[in-house]
Design a protein around this ligand. Structure first.
Ligand code: PLP
Length: 430
């Protein structure tokens, strides 16, 4: 497979765009290097690059493209709205329509507010929780990504008894000292954090199904216990459902586990591929937000008609019967096929899968938290990634990401992918 056009574009990009990419995960640092492939257009489950290579896409733009590329219903909605103007700076009926759709799909959202990204959504839920509880500290789980606001770019200290350390240059020690990080699925560590810092804790930030060190489900009872302990402590539970909402079901992970947080952050899928975020929750908490309350949050682009139309159209598509069951069926085929090839070629892997999302870890161990995921074989993943790419299978360039199916993948794409896996594993054993 030739990549000469991608190589020359990437060479040029590095003169103009820092690192040549507009989001670090697009560079191939996590897979031993290489030139990122420059895509020209997408259609359904397929991608075409600037060298005219075809790929089956499992990146789905890191989650949002659950309806496949250029879905006709969403494209039509975007085109129609573009002709009517893309940004008004006034309220529109579209915002009401979309807010009602989200509330119907996720009942814990008594009131919502639209923003422009998952980062903004999470950042604001923390501000609102602090305003409501009049406390400042935040508990989060190690390895979970919640966007790039300062408060969540904090890594774990040496345990629940220690406060966090900055995870990025530019994040102050002061900010890091507001965050306590505990391992996911570790209830004892969570209890210890609350015992030590409880009175100062405004909220806990939870990815109810982790999507950022691969797909990791909560242990049975974990989410319920976190909810109960947090509320007993007078703190709020925030679910970051930026990845999970509308990925596994029409609605959110909270419905899958029959549990309600106080606030929820949304993004990705709800924009149908356009920039969006939203947050919402209990009405008495949401009324902290300006213009009703003292917590400020605003946005020139927030609730823009283009994103609203794309989001409404996307949810209309996802509402159709059987969509999530079909992604589940294909996901299972993929999982079973990859495991069978791994067995044949004596490659050690573990797969975590939930419906149409899965992660292949190069290890024999069970993955329940970030430390487990971090200990898996990075080099092997890098080799696998490049072998798949060369065969026209586009995966996320990191061992910590998921493969995302879309509603446009079919048995044909799964068969082709499994053939590529078979070949990749055979090469890895040479
Ligand atoms: N929260 C989660 C769980 C995410 O996975 C991400 C992005 O990957 C974010 C928040 C940030 O969203 P955005 O990239 O739209 O700012």
């Amino acid at each position: 497979m030739k990549h000469t056009q991608s190589e020359s574009l990437h060479e040029e990009a590095q003169h103009h765009i820092v690192g040549g990419v507009n989001s670090p995960s697009r560079a191939y640092k996590g897979v031993g290097g290489g030139t990122p492939v420059y895509m020209k257009y997408g259609s359904g489950p397929y991608f075409y690059d600037v060298d005219d290579n075809e790929y089956i896409d499992f990146l789905a733009a890191y989650g949002p493209i659950v309806t496949g590329h250029a879905h006709p219903h969403i494209t039509e909605a975007i085109q129609d709205q573009a002709a009517k103007g893309v940004l008004y700076g006034t309220p529109t009926e579209l915002e009401n329509t979309f807010a009602k759709m989200l509330k119907e799909a996720i009942p814990s959202l008594e009131k919502v507010r639209f923003v422009n990204s998952g980062t903004e959504a999470v950042m604001t839920t923390i501000r609102v929780a602090r305003a409501y509880t009049k406390r400042e500290k935040v508990i989060k789980f190690a390895g979970c990504y919640h966007g790039h606001s300062d408060i969540v770019l904090v890594q774990a200290g040496s345990g629940p008894s220690t406060l966090g350390n900055p995870d990025s240059a530019g994040v102050t020690k002061g900010t890091a000292s507001e965050v306590i990080t505990v391992p996911f699925n570790d209830l004892e560590a969570y209890k210890e954090a609350l015992r030590l810092w409880g009175e100062e804790v405004a909220c806990v930030l939870v990815e109810p199904i982790v999507g950022n060190f691969g797909i990791v489900e909560p242990d049975p009872g974990f989410l319920k216990a976190v909810n109960q302990l947090t509320h007993e402590n007078g703190s709020l539970v925030i679910y970051d459902e930026v990845i999970t909402a509308f990925r596994f079901t029409y609605g959110s992970a909270q419905q899958l586990y029959n549990i309600e947080p106080d606030l929820t952050a949304l993004g990705k899928v709800i924009g149908g591929g356009l920039p969006i975020g939203a947050y919402g929750g209990r009405v008495d908490i949401m009324e902290q937000v300006a213009p009703l309350g003292p917590a400020y949050q605003a946005g020139t682009m927030a609730g823009n008609p283009l994103s609203m139309r794309a989001g409404i159209a996307c949810l209309e598509v996802l509402k159709e019967d059987g969509i999530y069951d079909e992604m589940d069926r294909l996901g299972l085929r993929l999982e079973e096929g990859i495991l069978a090839h791994a067995k044949n070629h004596e490659i050690e892997i573990t797969i975590n899968r939930l419906k149409g999302a899965l992660t292949v870890y190069f290890t024999n161990n069970i993955i329940r938290n970030y430390a487990d995921a971090a200990a898996t074989d990075t080099e092997k993943f890098g080799e696998f990634f490049h072998l798949m790419l060369e065969q026209g299978i586009n995966l996320a360039p990191s061992k910590y990401e998921a493969w995302f199916l879309t509603i446009t993948h079919t048995d044909k794409e799964i068969n082709q992918t499994l053939e590529a896996v078979d070949y990749a594993f055979s090469k890895m054993q040479e």
